[in-house]
Ligand binder design. Structure first.
Ligand code: SAM
Length: 303
C-alpha cells in the first residue's frame, strides 16, 4: 500500500538546511517552481525566510507564491526595464550587511529571465553571490526527452520575425548538440513552421508542454510530423513550451551542410531548378541531390 504524502511542513529538514552557512551581505539567486508549487526547495524556503528583502520580476506573482508558504517579505521590483538602477540599490544594501534574495516569476533567474545584470553588478562590487538551484524548464524538458546526447545548446527564445528566425535556425541546424528552445504559445505554430522549413524532415523534435502542471504533455516526433501534431488539437497551442530538437548527426558532412545553407539562401529568390544548379556550382555539391533537397525545402515552406 502506498503511504500518503507528508505535508511539506512535516518534511525533515536536516539541521540548518543543510549544513551550509548563509552569510550576510550576500545575494542569493533562488530558483522557484515552473508550475507545481511543491517544487520549491527546502533550502529556498529556509533562505527566503532569512532574507531581508526579495528582488523579484513581478511582485504580484512572487506575493502569490509566498502566500502559499506563509512568507511575508519586503519586495524590490526588479524587471528588465529597471535592472541597472535596482542593481545599484541592491549593491548598497548588501554593503550594509543585508541578505537579498533574487527570484524570477518562475524557474531559475537569469535564464531567459531578468537577473543577470544584478548578479553582474554584485560580483563587480566584490560581493558574494550564492545560487540556490531548483526548477528550470530547459533542464526538466531535457531530462524527460529521451534524446540521447551529451551536449545541449540553450537557444532560449528565437527571433519573432520569420526571416530572422529561419536564418537563426539554419545556423543551428548544423550543430551536433540537442537544441533547447523556449517558445510562447502564440508563436508555437510559427516556430514549428520555421523548423519544418529549415531542418531535415527526419530530425526528432520533442515538445515539453506545461511541465509540472495538470496538463503536462511530452511528445516526440520527426520534424515532418510536428506541424500536424501542434495543429491537431487547439490545446497544443496553449500553455508553456520547451521545444527540443535532436542535434545534427555526427556523420553530417560539413560540405553538405554548407551546400544546403547556400541552397536555402538562393531559394529565397530563385526557382527550384535554378537555385539547385547555382548552389551546386557555388558549393561543389551534386546538382541532383541539391535539386531533391530544394523540392523538400520548398514543400515544407509551402505547408
Ligand atoms: N527562468 C525560466 C527557467 O528557468 O526555465 C524560464 C523563463 S522564460 C521567461 C519562460 C519560458 O520558459 C516559457 O515561454 C517556456 O518556454 C518555458 N517554460 C516555463 N515554464 C514552463 C513549463 N511549466 N512548461 C514548459 N515550458 C516552460
Amino acid at each position: 500500500m502506498t503511504q500518503p504524502a507528508r505535508p511539506l511542513s512535516q518534511l525533515p529538514v536536516m539541521g540548518e538546511p543543510a549544513l551550509q552557512s548563509y552569510p550576510a551581505g550576500t545575494l542569493y539567486v533562488v530558483a522557484t517552481p515552473i508550475g507545481n508549487v511543491a517544487d520549491i526547495t527546502l533550502r529556498a524556503l529556509h533562505l527566503l525566510e532569512l532574507a531581508d528583502a526579495v528582488a523579484c520580476e513581478d511582485t504580484r506573482n512572487t506575493s502569490a507564491l509566498f502566500a502559499r508558504f506563509g512568507l511575508d517579505k519586503q519586495m524590490i521590483a526588479a524587471h528588465q526595464h529597471n535592472e541597472r538602477e535596482v542593481a545599484e540599490k541592491i549593491v548598497a544594501r548588501l554593503h550594509a550587511g543585508e541578505r537579498i534574495a533574487l527570484v524570477s516569476d518562475a524557474g531559475t533567474p537569469a535564464v531567459s529571465d531578468p537577473g543577470a545584470r544584478i548578479v553582474d553588478a554584485v560580483r563587480n562590487a566584490g560581493l558574494r553571490v550564492i545560487p540556490l538551484p531548483g526548477a528550470s524548464a530547459a533542464i526538466a524538458a531535457l531530462s524527460a526527452s529521451g534524446l540521447v546526447n551529451d551536449q545541449f545548446h540553450f537557444v532560449g527564445f528565437l527571433p519573432a520575425k520569420p526571416k530572422q528566425r529561419e536564418s537563426a535556425l539554419a545556423e543551428l541546424a548544423r550543430m551536433p548538440a540537442t537544441l533547447v528552445i523556449y517558445e510562447a504559445p502564440h508563436r508555437i505554430v510559427d516556430c514549428v513552421e520555421s523548423l519544418a522549413a529549415t531542418f531535415p524532415p527526419g530530425r526528432q523534435v520533442v515538445f515539453a508542454r506545461e511541465l509540472t502542471k495538470m496538463f503536462e504533455e511530452i511528445h516526440r516526433c520527426p520534424v515532418s510530423e510536428a506541424l500536424t501534431w501542434v495543429k491537431g488539437d487547439q490545446h497544443r497551442q496553449r500553455g508553456e513550451f520547451v521545444v527540443l530538437v535532436e542535434g545534427a548527426p555526427a556523420e553530417t558532412d560539413a560540405a553538405e551542410a554548407e551546400a544546403e545553407r547556400v541552397l536555402r539562401i538562393l531559394l529565397e529568390e530563385l526557382p527550384v531548378k535554378q537555385a539547385a544548379a547555382l548552389a551546386a556550382q557555388i558549393s561543389g555539391g551534386k546538382k541532383n541531390a541539391l535539386y531533391e533537397k530544394a523540392l523538400q525545402i520548398k514543400s515544407a515552406r509551402d505547408i
